[in-house]
Design a protein. Structure first.
Length: 117
């Protein structure tokens, strides 16, 4: 048996060990990226809802109802909509990991006489 063959034999399973060591890191990075994506979606949705509420309030409609209606169903349940000097929408982005609290996000929008164009 050559020296290279003996050295190679001592490294059997090295790739498996490295893979097992990297899997938790990959899982955490994937969960963090997914949680950031969910928080971004919640923030974007809250902003769109605040703008819809501000437009409804500007034309004399029910700003709170318009804001709630424009939110996606999963975020609508625990949303807080406040109408004072514009519309503020606060939602909680759901957490992917049980036991970790939901991420609160807030968006505000208002329309003045010059903002509608």
């Amino acid at each position: 048996m050559t020296r290279a063959a003996r050295r190679s034999r001592g490294e059997d399973g090295q790739a498996s060990v490295e893979l097992v060591a990297v899997i938790p890191v990959l899982l955490v990075v994937t969960l963090a990226a997914a949680q950031l994506a969910i928080a971004g979606y919640a923030l974007w949705s809250a902003g769109a809802a605040a703008r819809a509420g501000a437009r409804a309030g500007y034309v004399g409609g029910d700003a709170e109802a318009a804001a709630r209606h424009s939110l996606p169903a999963p975020l609508r349940h625990r949303a807080h909509v406040k109408e004072s000097d514009g519309v503020e929408v606060r939602v909680r982005a759901p957490s992917l990991v049980p036991g970790i609290p939901a991420v609160p996000v807030t968006a505000r929008a208002g329309l003045d006489a010059g903002d509608g164009s």
